[in-house]
Design a protein around this ligand. Structure first.
Ligand code: PGA
Length: 264
């Protein structure tokens, strides 16, 4: 059975106080989330320590187990003189230092990182290897731009992002990868892929993964991201190869985030 996941990508939003309030509001509503759905909050680096503690403070152990903590990036170097960077090892150390929930996930390959910060497939592969070596799980994002879709190149673009990066991993490493398909034209635009468009490319991603990893591709959770909200989550999540969502804007309001998670 593939893990169903609803992951929030807070991006560069919320002050520390607002972030703590947000996670507390999510925690208050977490009993509404179906048993088989895992929530992940991917917060700014500055919030990880406090959010880790806030998750650990959720009283009911079952509710606590439904929510995991993640980061939005890590360095492509292990350590050293890289001013401003945060390593995978640092992320992995947060839980024990805070006596709280561990950082379990890191988002890598987001189109905003690829586009604004020049992160190539080669850089992303380094980041992924470091994250995995520290015991983190990776939410690896792929997706095409509008011009690429219009030119009918979306399958090629996504296949390249998968093959250049994930095909360099072992089957064992692949167990700790979640893939997120995020068409760039749907991110933050209010425009969502139709359920047919999304299902088509999710099935394509799964069959591409199967070329290298065989049956294991059936176990990989593939999330949809791009203007996913409570009003459209149900029809997207009802598709065979869509195992949840990576949520940007709508993850910043507990009510919407939980509303999406209860759409299954
Ligand atoms: P959005 O962002 O839900 O605001 O479109 C999704 C993402 O970029 O992860």
């Amino acid at each position: 059975m593939r893990q169903k996941i609803v992951a929030g990508n807070w991006k560069m939003n919320t002050t520390l106080a607002e972030g703590i309030e947000l996670v507390n509001q999510i925690a208050e509503r977490i009993d509404q989330v179906p048993q088989d759905v895992k929530l992940i909050v991917n917060t700014p680096f500055t919030h990880l320590f406090a959010v880790s503690q806030a998750i650990a403070a959720i009283k009911c152990p079952f509710c606590r187990s439904k929510i995991a903590l993640g980061a939005q990036n890590c360095a492509d170097k292990e350590k050293g003189a890289y001013t401003g960077e945060v390593s995978a090892k640092m992320l992995a150390s947060v839980g024990s230092a805070s006596n709280g929930a561990p950082v379990e996930y890191v988002i890598l390959g987001h189109s905003e990182r690829r586009g604004y910060y020049g992160e190539t497939n080669a850089i992303l592969l380094e980041k992924i290897k470091l994250a995995l070596s520290e015991g983190l799980k990776v939410i690896y994002c792929v997706g095409e731009a509008l011009e690429e879709r219009k030119a009918g190149r979306h399958f090629d673009v996504v296949a390249e992002e998968i093959k250049d990066v994930l095909f360099n991993l072992t089957g064992e490493q692949m167990k700790n990868i979640v893939v997120a398909y995020e068409p760039i034209w749907a991110i933050g635009t209010g425009e969502t892929a139709t359920k047919e468009q999304a299902q088509e490319i999710h099935a394509f991603i799964r069959s591409t993964l199967a070329e290298k990893f065989g049956d294991m591709a059936e176990e990989t959770s593939i999330l949809y991201g791009g203007s996913c909200k409570p009003s459209n989550a149900k029809e997207l999540f009802s598709q065979k190869d869509i195992d949840g969502g990576l949520i940007g804007g709508a993850s910043l309001k507990a009510e919407d985030f939980i509303g999406i998670a209860t759409s299954y």
